[in-house]
Design a protein around this ligand. Structure first.
Ligand SMILES: NC(=O)c1ccc[n+]([C@@H]2O[C@H](COP(=O)([O-])OP(=O)(O)OC[C@H]3O[C@@H](n4cnc5c(N)ncnc54)[C@H](OP(=O)(O)O)[C@@H]3O)[C@@H](O)[C@H]2O)c1
Length: 158
Protein backbone atom coordinates (compact mmCIF):
# COMPACT_ATOMS: atom_id res chain seq x y z
CA UNK A 1 0.00 0.00 0.00
CA UNK A 2 1.25 3.47 -0.86
CA UNK A 3 0.64 6.03 1.88
CA UNK A 4 0.20 9.53 0.50
CA UNK A 5 -0.31 12.86 2.21
CA UNK A 6 -2.26 15.65 0.56
CA UNK A 7 -2.06 19.13 2.07
CA UNK A 8 -2.26 22.81 1.23
CA UNK A 9 0.59 24.40 3.14
CA UNK A 10 1.82 27.98 3.37
CA UNK A 11 5.45 29.11 3.20
CA UNK A 12 5.50 29.26 7.03
CA UNK A 13 3.99 25.71 7.20
CA UNK A 14 0.59 27.12 8.23
CA UNK A 15 -2.36 24.86 7.38
CA UNK A 16 -5.26 25.92 9.61
CA UNK A 17 -6.81 28.53 11.84
CA UNK A 18 -9.85 28.28 14.15
CA UNK A 19 -10.43 24.70 12.94
CA UNK A 20 -10.85 25.87 9.37
CA UNK A 21 -8.74 26.32 6.27
CA UNK A 22 -6.98 29.69 5.98
CA UNK A 23 -7.76 30.22 2.28
CA UNK A 24 -10.34 29.29 -0.30
CA UNK A 25 -8.64 28.25 -3.52
CA UNK A 26 -11.19 26.56 -5.74
CA UNK A 27 -8.63 24.94 -8.07
CA UNK A 28 -7.01 23.40 -5.00
CA UNK A 29 -10.32 21.89 -3.90
CA UNK A 30 -10.82 20.53 -7.42
CA UNK A 31 -7.36 18.98 -7.41
CA UNK A 32 -8.04 17.47 -3.97
CA UNK A 33 -11.27 15.90 -5.25
CA UNK A 34 -9.65 14.55 -8.41
CA UNK A 35 -6.67 13.01 -6.61
CA UNK A 36 -8.56 11.46 -3.69
CA UNK A 37 -11.76 10.25 -5.38
CA UNK A 38 -12.06 6.47 -5.39
CA UNK A 39 -9.59 6.10 -2.51
CA UNK A 40 -9.68 5.95 1.26
CA UNK A 41 -9.13 9.21 3.08
CA UNK A 42 -7.88 9.19 6.67
CA UNK A 43 -8.34 12.23 8.88
CA UNK A 44 -8.35 13.42 12.48
CA UNK A 45 -11.68 14.04 14.15
CA UNK A 46 -11.20 17.83 14.14
CA UNK A 47 -10.63 17.87 10.39
CA UNK A 48 -13.79 15.83 9.95
CA UNK A 49 -15.69 18.32 12.12
CA UNK A 50 -14.29 21.14 10.01
CA UNK A 51 -15.45 19.48 6.76
CA UNK A 52 -18.76 18.63 8.42
CA UNK A 53 -19.77 15.64 6.30
CA UNK A 54 -18.43 12.45 4.76
CA UNK A 55 -16.82 13.22 1.41
CA UNK A 56 -18.54 11.30 -1.40
CA UNK A 57 -16.90 8.64 -3.60
CA UNK A 58 -14.29 8.02 -0.91
CA UNK A 59 -13.95 5.70 2.08
CA UNK A 60 -13.90 8.15 5.00
CA UNK A 61 -11.88 6.98 8.03
CA UNK A 62 -11.82 9.18 11.13
CA UNK A 63 -9.28 8.88 13.96
CA UNK A 64 -10.58 9.71 17.44
CA UNK A 65 -9.85 8.73 21.04
CA UNK A 66 -13.54 9.09 21.93
CA UNK A 67 -15.21 5.81 22.75
CA UNK A 68 -18.70 5.19 21.39
CA UNK A 69 -18.39 7.92 18.75
CA UNK A 70 -20.67 7.03 15.84
CA UNK A 71 -21.04 9.13 12.70
CA UNK A 72 -23.11 8.00 9.76
CA UNK A 73 -21.20 7.26 6.58
CA UNK A 74 -17.73 7.08 8.12
CA UNK A 75 -15.55 4.52 9.84
CA UNK A 76 -14.04 5.51 13.17
CA UNK A 77 -10.82 4.07 14.61
CA UNK A 78 -8.77 5.01 17.67
CA UNK A 79 -5.31 5.13 16.05
CA UNK A 80 -3.51 5.77 12.77
CA UNK A 81 -2.22 2.20 13.00
CA UNK A 82 -5.77 0.86 12.97
CA UNK A 83 -6.67 3.08 10.00
CA UNK A 84 -3.69 1.70 8.08
CA UNK A 85 -4.63 -1.87 8.97
CA UNK A 86 -8.12 -1.29 7.56
CA UNK A 87 -6.66 -0.08 4.26
CA UNK A 88 -3.60 -2.30 3.93
CA UNK A 89 -4.81 -4.04 0.75
CA UNK A 90 -5.52 -0.79 -1.13
CA UNK A 91 -3.11 0.63 -3.72
CA UNK A 92 -3.00 4.23 -2.49
CA UNK A 93 -4.41 5.71 0.70
CA UNK A 94 -4.55 9.41 1.57
CA UNK A 95 -3.88 11.21 4.83
CA UNK A 96 -5.88 14.44 4.57
CA UNK A 97 -5.06 16.10 7.92
CA UNK A 98 -5.01 17.81 10.19
CA UNK A 99 -1.85 18.84 11.99
CA UNK A 100 -1.68 16.01 14.53
CA UNK A 101 -2.36 13.28 11.98
CA UNK A 102 0.06 14.77 9.44
CA UNK A 103 2.79 14.80 12.11
CA UNK A 104 2.21 11.15 12.92
CA UNK A 105 1.91 10.07 9.29
CA UNK A 106 4.76 12.02 7.65
CA UNK A 107 7.50 9.53 8.66
CA UNK A 108 5.41 6.70 7.15
CA UNK A 109 4.36 8.41 3.92
CA UNK A 110 6.01 7.79 0.57
CA UNK A 111 4.28 10.49 -1.49
CA UNK A 112 3.30 14.11 -0.75
CA UNK A 113 0.82 16.06 -2.85
CA UNK A 114 1.48 19.65 -1.79
CA UNK A 115 -0.28 22.85 -2.65
CA UNK A 116 2.40 25.33 -1.64
CA UNK A 117 0.60 28.57 -0.89
CA UNK A 118 3.10 31.40 -1.23
CA UNK A 119 2.11 33.42 1.84
CA UNK A 120 2.85 33.60 5.56
CA UNK A 121 -0.55 33.76 7.25
CA UNK A 122 -1.34 33.68 10.95
CA UNK A 123 -2.35 30.17 11.95
CA UNK A 124 -2.81 27.85 14.89
CA UNK A 125 -2.07 24.56 13.11
CA UNK A 126 1.08 23.84 11.10
CA UNK A 127 2.45 21.08 8.87
CA UNK A 128 5.65 19.47 10.18
CA UNK A 129 8.93 20.54 8.56
CA UNK A 130 9.65 18.51 5.41
CA UNK A 131 13.28 17.41 5.14
CA UNK A 132 13.72 17.99 1.40
CA UNK A 133 16.82 15.78 1.34
CA UNK A 134 14.50 12.80 1.83
CA UNK A 135 12.22 13.69 -1.10
CA UNK A 136 12.50 14.22 -4.83
CA UNK A 137 10.18 16.57 -6.70
CA UNK A 138 8.31 14.76 -9.48
CA UNK A 139 5.83 17.46 -10.49
CA UNK A 140 5.46 21.23 -10.20
CA UNK A 141 2.83 23.59 -11.63
CA UNK A 142 2.82 27.26 -10.69
CA UNK A 143 -0.63 28.87 -10.49
CA UNK A 144 -2.40 31.92 -9.15
CA UNK A 145 -5.86 33.07 -8.18
CA UNK A 146 -7.09 36.59 -7.43
CA UNK A 147 -5.83 36.29 -3.85
CA UNK A 148 -2.95 33.82 -3.85
CA UNK A 149 -0.08 32.49 -5.84
CA UNK A 150 0.50 28.82 -5.24
CA UNK A 151 2.19 25.75 -6.71
CA UNK A 152 1.04 22.18 -7.04
CA UNK A 153 4.05 20.06 -6.11
CA UNK A 154 4.40 16.28 -5.87
CA UNK A 155 7.24 14.78 -3.83
CA UNK A 156 8.25 11.14 -3.69
CA UNK A 157 10.37 9.66 -0.95
CA UNK A 158 13.91 8.87 -2.13
N1 LIG B 1 -4.41 22.98 4.74
C1 LIG B 1 -4.82 21.72 4.65
O1 LIG B 1 -4.58 21.04 3.65
C2 LIG B 1 -5.57 21.12 5.80
C3 LIG B 1 -6.01 19.78 5.73
C4 LIG B 1 -6.71 19.26 6.81
C5 LIG B 1 -6.95 20.02 7.93
N2 LIG B 1 -6.50 21.31 7.96
C6 LIG B 1 -6.72 22.14 9.14
O2 LIG B 1 -6.11 21.52 10.26
C7 LIG B 1 -6.82 21.90 11.43
C8 LIG B 1 -7.19 20.65 12.22
O3 LIG B 1 -5.99 19.99 12.62
P1 LIG B 1 -5.74 19.56 14.15
O4 LIG B 1 -4.31 19.14 14.25
O5 LIG B 1 -6.25 20.62 15.06
O6 LIG B 1 -6.72 18.32 14.33
P2 LIG B 1 -6.86 16.90 13.56
O7 LIG B 1 -5.49 16.29 13.39
O8 LIG B 1 -7.70 17.04 12.37
O9 LIG B 1 -7.71 16.08 14.63
C9 LIG B 1 -7.23 15.93 15.94
C10 LIG B 1 -8.09 14.88 16.62
O10 LIG B 1 -7.81 13.60 16.04
C11 LIG B 1 -7.83 12.61 17.06
N3 LIG B 1 -6.48 12.08 17.21
C12 LIG B 1 -5.31 12.69 16.90
N4 LIG B 1 -4.27 11.88 17.14
C13 LIG B 1 -4.81 10.73 17.62
C14 LIG B 1 -4.23 9.50 18.05
N5 LIG B 1 -2.89 9.28 18.04
N6 LIG B 1 -5.05 8.53 18.48
C15 LIG B 1 -6.41 8.71 18.48
N7 LIG B 1 -7.00 9.85 18.08
C16 LIG B 1 -6.20 10.85 17.66
C17 LIG B 1 -8.32 13.30 18.31
O11 LIG B 1 -9.75 13.26 18.23
P3 LIG B 1 -10.71 13.29 19.53
O12 LIG B 1 -10.54 14.65 20.12
O13 LIG B 1 -12.07 13.02 18.98
O14 LIG B 1 -10.20 12.19 20.43
C18 LIG B 1 -7.82 14.71 18.10
O15 LIG B 1 -8.49 15.69 18.87
C19 LIG B 1 -8.03 22.70 10.97
O16 LIG B 1 -7.72 24.09 11.03
C20 LIG B 1 -8.18 22.28 9.51
O17 LIG B 1 -8.82 23.25 8.72
C21 LIG B 1 -5.82 21.86 6.93
Amino acid sequence: MNLSIIVAVATNNAIGRNNDLIWHISDDLKRFKKITSGHSIIMGRKTFDSIGRALPKRRNIIISRQENLVIEGVEIVNSLKKALELTKDETEVFIIGGGTIYAEALPLANKLYLTEVHSNPEADVFFPEINRKQWKETFRENCSSDDYSYSFVDLERI
